[in-house]
Design a protein around this ligand. Structure first.
Ligand code: ZN
Length: 229
């Protein structure tokens, strides 16, 4: 398995709102040959001292690490249940000084994949997408609810909202997890072709050039590229 992990904070403009997470704290990824997780900060979080004092970066790192560990340790466990486990484990780490019921607690979009026992499992919750090329066809799995869905502190809600699927691994050439960016992403066949030719960095360059043409800011972007061999 060839694995490429990319996170890019985008432009270094100051946070637009007081307490808004810094760009570098808005996307986080982990990957290995058996699994990959990409987490991007949800829109609702403001570090205004009322909900959680840990911050968005802390939340993304903990959530992604717990989820990757659970996915690899429990290959038979459905990904939506692994996500529920990771949300519960992360919520428990907040401790008594965070009020997770408040709107200000951090949330995340989550995309994840697992390669095990000849199958490919995927999960999408929120704004990200999982792209898969099988033969000549490239398709994207996405969450129709988009930014209205996020993983926060409620395990059952995250598990229920996540879009999950499973497919045979043989015949899969390319798998990509994507989230972020300011402009519309390329269509799945184009995005896959760019990444196969120029890697995740090539797709980032393509998206940044497109944002510049549209006079858009460079929003945080993350990608994980997996190529079974
Ligand atoms: Zn907290």
């Amino acid at each position: 398995m060839l694995v490429e992990v990319l996170t890019d904070p985008g432009s270094s403009a100051p946070a637009a709102l007081v307490g808004e997470p810094r760009a570098a704290e808005r996307v986080f990824a982990l990957a290995g040959p058996e699994a990959a997780v990409l987490a991007a900060a949800g829109a609702a979080y403001r570090a205004d001292g009322t909900g959680c004092g840990h911050g968005s970066g802390w939340f993304l790192r903990r959530l992604a690490a717990h989820l990757l560990t659970r996915i690899v340790d429990r290959p038979e466990r459905p990904l939506r249940d692994c996500l529920a486990d990771a949300v519960a484990e992360t919520a428990a780490l907040h401790g008594g000084r965070c009020d997770l019921a408040r709107h200000g607690a951090p949330t995340a979009s989550v995309t994840a994949v697992r390669v095990a026992d000849g199958r490919l499992d995927h999960l999408v919750l929120g704004t990200g997408a999982v792209l898969v090329r099988r033969g000549a066809a490239a398709h994207a799995a996405a969450d129709p609810a988009g930014e209205r869905h996020a993983a926060g502190a409620r395990p059952a809600a995250a598990a229920a909202d996540a879009v999950c699927g499973s497919a045979p691994l043989p015949g899969v050439h390319t798998i990509a997890l994507l989230d972020g960016g300011a402009g519309p992403p390329p269509d799945p066949p184009t995005a896959v072709r760019i990444m196969e030719q120029a890697g995740a960095h090539g797709l980032l360059a393509h998206m940044r050039a497109d944002e510049a043409r549209r006079n858009m800011p460079h929003a945080p972007f993350g990608a994980v590229l997996l190529r079974p061999r």
